[in-house]
Write a protein that binds this ligand. Structure first.
Ligand SMILES: *Cc1c(COP(=O)(O)O)cnc(C)c1O
Length: 326
């Protein structure tokens, strides 16, 4: 169990630092940058909609941690990797789609920590790899493509399952992922906020944040269409099964990884006004939701919001050039 190591997260961080020095000679790429924990800040944003209603917003910039092992994915992975290390496993196997933040984060984190990595990718092997798959493969991840139907069953092909494999759930979901996500709370003082807002895919990050902040009011914005079972999935990961929380389902923009021009316009405008970039799959929808809820007076006057910028910016590379101004 990783429990023994929960407070000593040092091993991965210090290992990463030493691996980098070795690796940087062989491969020179931005993906080999160290994880920059010192760059994680809470940035205040000043917008007229907030000032008018006496609402303050701070944004936790997990996106600045690393260009590829971005945001919440490192936090969700960290104890899986520690457990794999403790069990003496050498290979990490995980699942994802061709644009998955989790796939690229896993590839980069394994590269940094001396694990072999295998990504089981949804769908046929494409003629042209997405940026995500190119980078993952460049980082040494072996990519195995399986049909969508097989993928749905999440079965690791038998020939890949050797004794030294450690399987991480798609998206780093699950209890160990939530324990990792709980360590995000080291970067803010929860008592200074009335609401903590985050994007919800599998809900693992939201559950981790709730476990770490038992007295906070946490709001999750679902990025999937009508994923109403998500509350149950989140509750399974909660320490306090009776905990109240809200998931909001009105800002999926058509579904997972779907978008509309008004989302892109918003992301560009938000960047112009604040200097903060967002991604169109998660944090763009989250920020859109928060600003829209503010305009609809969802938050009482005097609210102090913390919005979790969970990263994912690499996903924007799948958009046509010029779509975003950042
Ligand atoms: C994966 C991801 C999320 C969602 O995290 P869950 O724990 O699956 O809910 C949010 N933001 C970004 C940028 C992500 O990559």
């Amino acid at each position: 169990m990783p429990a023994a190591n929960i407070t000593s997260v040092g091993f991965i961080e210090s290992k990463i630092a030493s691996e980098i020095k070795v690796n940087s000679q062989a491969i020179v790429t931005k993906s080999m940058q160290e994880l920059s924990f010192q760059l994680i800040t809470t940035d205040s944003v000043y917008l007229p909609e907030c000032a008018e209603r006496n609402i303050s917003i701070k944004i936790l910039r997990l996106d600045k941690l690393h260009p590829l092992v971005s945001g919440n994915k490192f936090f969700k992975l960290r104890f899986y990797l520690e457990e794999a290390q403790h069990q003496g496993k050498k290979t990490i196997i995980t699942f994802g789609g061709p644009f998955s933040n989790h796939i690229i984060a896993t590839a980069a984190a394994c590269n940094m920590n001396g694990f072999k990595s295998i990504g089981i990718i949804r769908g046929e092997r494409p003629k042209n790899f997405s940026h995500t798959l190119q980078q993952a493969s460049f980082l040494g991840m072996e990519l195995v493509f399986i049909s969508r139907e097989e993928y749905r069953r999440k079965i690791v092909p038998e020939e890949l399952l050797t004794h030294d494999c450690y399987v991480v759930n798609e998206g780093g979901s699950g209890h160990i992922g939530a324990m990792g996500a709980a360590t995000i709370a080291q970067y803010f003082l929860s008592s200074t906020f009335t609401h903590i807002c985050c994007a919800v895919g599998t809900g693992t990050m939201m559950a981790g944040l709730m476990n770490a902040c038992p007295d906070s009011s946490i709001i999750g914005v679902s990025v999937l269409k009508n994923n109403l079972e998500i509350d149950e999935a989140i509750r399974l990961l909660l320490e306090d099964k009776n905990r109240m929380f809200s998931t909001i389902h009105d800002y999926h923009f058509g579904g997972y990884a779907k978008y509309q021009p008004r989302l892109i316009d918003f992301m560009n405008q938000f960047f112009q006004e604040t200097g903060i970039p967002s991604d169109f799959v998660y944090t763009g929808k989250l920020l859109y939701a928060v600003m829209d809820l503010i305009k609809k007076n969802y938050f009482p006057s005097g609210s102090r919001l913390l919005v979790i910028h969970s990263g994912g910016l690499q996903g924007n590379l799948s958009l046509a050039k010029g779509t975003l101004i950042f």
